[in-house]
Design a protein around this ligand. Sequence first.
Ligand code: SF4
Ligand code: SF4
Length: 353
Amino acid sequence: MLSKASVTSVKEEGGKVVVTAKNTLLGQSIELAVDMVVLPTALVPTTAHDPTINLVYRQGPAFPDLELFDGFADSNYICFPYETRRTGVYAAGCVRQPMGLGLCREDAAGAVLKAVQCITSANHGVAVHPRSGDLSYPVFNFTRCTQCKRCTEECPFGALDDDEKGTPKPNPTRCRRCGTCMGACPERVISFDNYNIDQIGSAIKEVRVPDKIDEGGPRIIVLACENDAYPALDMAAMRGRSWNPFVRFLPVRCLGSVNAIWVADAMSKGVDGVMLLGCKYGDDYQCHFMKGSELCSRRKENIAESLGRLGVEPERVEQYEVAIDDYDKVADLIEDFVENITKNFGPNPFKGY
Ligand code: SF4
Ligand code: SF4
């Protein structure tokens, strides 16, 4: 008997081995008494923790571990297969995931095409995916750097080394322009020519916030990841979904680039709530920059503490995980947030100051 099925159990019954499985083509369950069960050889990647790879990175010579796939090398398994967490290094075949010879051959062609794109972009001095064509690099104002090492530790791509004192040493060719370093810097000394603290801060300051909440309802600012959340909002709008007209949207490169000062700016001018919309994080993350939304959720805890000290309810700032196909959910998410602020918290105590 030859069948394609997912095995659900293997047990011993009356001296026989009994395999139960769910047939993946026809759907019914199969129960089979067999003489022997043969397991295929397990595949273990050699990329993770393998110092013989010998890369010269602050975080060590091997590829960073990708827990979900037990060390296989992709940096985003949905959007950027082939792309490892080391810019310019592409993986194919069983280095990426277990596969047979035929698939390996196709996979190698995919990885080579990605590498060609990378070389072309490098020749033009622009970023490869996901910010293809971006000409900007992070610029550091070293005179105000306190050498706290947050940027070097949090850069998802190992683009920042540091010297013995802790001053960042950028490796521009590794940089993917995510802005995570900018979000991390407590001194706000990192900026891009086309994306910086002042730019988003100024946009927040320009949002009109009346002194009283009864002038149209609460004012909400949404900082939305340009990769997933913002396109999901676009698609929701194109499908005719609507939400409170006093919600203002600001796209950000990644939630990892959100600096706490933006939230402080919004709160101090009387904005009633801030929504942070970014990718899913955790083991099966979908963040295009690896861990931006996860870092943002950690920073949010500090933001909550600071708000608490100022007498502002921390619940006024919430982070949500939004995938690109969540366009049918984002409108309700926003409406629920607005309703929660209206019913449970009312006006921001800083309104009118
Ligand atoms: S922009 Fe992103 S990849 Fe580039 S140095 Fe900053 S954190 Fe690293
Ligand atoms: S996070 Fe800012 S202050 Fe800290 S080391 Fe980096 S550039 Fe310097």
